[in-house]
Design a protein around this ligand. Structure first.
Ligand SMILES: [Zn+2]
Ligand SMILES: [Zn+2]
Length: 145
């Protein structure tokens, strides 16, 4: 029996996520095509069953890591998923290798798991999560961003 994908969430967070899932028809959280541009080092593109298309850079995905640690860190610093940490804007940035995954593994039929080149690999990116953080123009407009 596998415990992969089990996440401890607060009651408040679980309620919020349930509410968000309710608004999502299956077609919008089921990918038709997933392209992970690992060799190019650019990012991930998903074409959903409802015809919607999403694309994220690897750096954005790393900063949107859904694991509890990264989530808490974002809450604490008031960052949105995908937003870079303040330290990334300092001069140190030039000594850091560009963010990219060393490994990308499917988790069952519902998620992707990235092993990042900074060693982090606890985030499970479910389709529902990815669709929720789609930052195409129309989704951004809906979220008022
Ligand atoms: Zn994380
Ligand atoms: Zn979108």
């Amino acid at each position: 029996m596998s415990h992969e994908g089990i996440r401890i969430v607060s009651a408040e967070q679980a309620r919020r996520e349930d509410a968000e899932h309710e608004q999502m028809p299956t077609g919008s959280v089921t990918p038709r095509k997933v392209r992970v541009k690992k060799t190019e080092g650019t990012g991930v593109e998903i074409e959903w069953q409802d015809g919607h298309r999403s694309a994220w850079s690897f750096a954005w995905l790393r900063n949107a890591c859904p694991c509890a640690t990264c989530h808490e860190d974002r809450e604490k610093t008031g960052r949105l998923p995908g937003e870079a940490k303040a330290k990334d804007q300092t001069l140190l940035k030039m000594y850091e290798a560009p963010v990219k995954p060393l490994e990308v593994t499917p988790v069952g039929k519902y998620a992707l798991r990235f092993k990042w080149n900074d060693g982090h690999e606890s985030g499970i990116y479910s389709w529902a999560y990815l669709r929720r953080v789609c930052h195409c123009e129309s989704c951004m407009a809906k979220q008022g961003l």
